[in-house]
Design a protein around this ligand. Structure first.
Ligand code: NAI
Ligand code: MG
Length: 361
């Protein structure tokens, strides 16, 4: 059975890094006979220039028909302040997330042993680190109504947002987290601020209820301020972390940085179908765009996540991870992860090296 993969470069280094991930996907497709069919779409600033919208109708149609979407990054200074808010490149990303109902954002923070020395924390804290942050992506304070800026009775302006989660939204992300934990170390830590915020009192209660369906998984709770500290003091204590939109935004950035380079971090955003949206955590890096020096590994590993979560090809995903490890073992590094005694390679050379390593497996 064929599966449809939509490739979206976006802007800036998105073009270079998606090209490398495409090579890797095509190589594994052929090698493992996966029957993947590739199509191409646009999102972001260049999409706006060509189609008048950062999330063009044509991309929308293709996105709904695909089994998995691999995206690079979008945005750049040439579009900053040039368009109305709803036509900004960044809006394209928000639009596609809400259009596809991508409520579950997965961000693994995994330490590559070859790069542990370059991580900001002590090697013993980072070595062997393997945690998965699951962030609720379509609810909470980022979307809650009412919101806005108003003038109060004293004639002073005040800004306000509403942090709201329904039972079903909490339950839905809870199940995703427990099911992910079943495939890992069987521990879920739910992060809230239940000592202060009512919305998270309910969050905690529902997580306890969901836990009853997964007796093999251990559930713990932690307040978000403590979690921020624990991620730095002892990140390895966590297996799966599940949390709401706002806390997840902050903690997932923190957790991912614990491992080192931004060029190494993949992500997946999933909806209720298996179709998902996969992208590196970094942006379009306008400062190095077009120079063929960007690190394509976060995008290549996002492609591996797509094979695992959306395309039912976990073994092929595993092979990509293995190939990345081989390349790092050989001492090949893009500029952002360079260290003494290593060989600096370009973006395209890195992609080719991964394909070469893949073909030896
Ligand atoms: P950025 O992630 O693009 O860059 C931050 C720094 O990391 C830069 O020095 C860049 O050169 C470096 N970097 C990022 N990815 C790299 C890679 N793969 N290899 C080597 N070095 C890498 O974040 P910044 O500078 O804040 O934003 C630049 C543009 O990207 C803005 O227009 C922003 O709106 C957009 N952006 C887009 C995102 C997305 O498409 N998901 C996410 C974040 C920012
Ligand atoms: Mg963020």
């Amino acid at each position: 059975m064929t599966k449809k993969v939509l490739l979206i470069e976006g802007d800036g280094i998105g073009i270079e890094i998606v090209a490398q991930a495409e090579k890797v996907l095509k190589a594994v497709n052929e090698k493992d006979n996966l029957g993947l069919e590739f199509d191409y779409g646009m999102l972001g600033g260049r999409a706006y220039d060509q189609h008048g919208h950062p999330y063009p109708e044509e991309t929308k149609v293709k996105a709904h028909q695909s089994d998995g979407i691999l995206f690079g990054a979008l945005g750049g200074p040439q579009w900053d302040g040039k368009t109305e808010r709803h036509l900004r490149p960044e809006q394209g990303l928000l639009d596609i997330r809400s259009d596809l109902g991508l409520f579950a954002n997965f961000r693994p923070a995994t330490a590559f042993p070859q790069l542990v020395d370059a991580a900001p924390l002590k090697p013993e804290l980072v070595s062997g680190l393997d945690i998965l942050i699951i962030r609720e992506l379509t609810g909470g304070i980022y979307f809650g109504q009412p919101r806005g800026i108003r003038t109060n009775d004293q004639g002073e302006r005040e800004g306000f947002n509403t942090d709201v989660y329904s039972e079903s939204e909490i339950r839905r992300i809870g199940h995703v987290a427990f099911q992910a934990a079943q495939k890992r170390d069987k521990r879920v830590c739910s992060i809230d601020k239940a000592n202060v915020l009512d919305v998270t009192v309910l969050w905690r209660e529902i997580m306890e209820e969901v836990a009853k369906d997964y007796p093999d998984v251990e559930l713990s709770h932690m307040y978000v301020d403590n979690a921020a500290m624990q991620l730095v003091i002892n990140p390895k204590q966590f297996d799966v972390i599940v949390t709401g939109n706002l806390f997840g935004d902050i903690l997932s950035d923190e957790a991912s940085m614990v491992t080192g380079s931004i060029g190494m971090l993949p992500s997946a955003s999933l909806n209720e179908k298996s179709a998902g949206f996969y992208e590196p955590c970094h942006g379009s890096a306008p400062d190095i765009a077009g120079q063929n020096v960007a690190n394509p590994l976060a995008t290549i590993m996002s492609a591996a996540m797509m094979l695992q979560y959306s395309l039912n090809a976990p073994e092929s995903a595993q092979k990509i991870t293995q190939a990345v490890n081989i390349v790092l073992d050989k001492g090949l590094r893009t500029r952002d992860i360079q260290s003494e005694g290593c060989t600096i390679v370009s973006c395209s050379e890195m992609g080719e090296a991964v394909v070469e390593a893949l073909n030896t497996l």
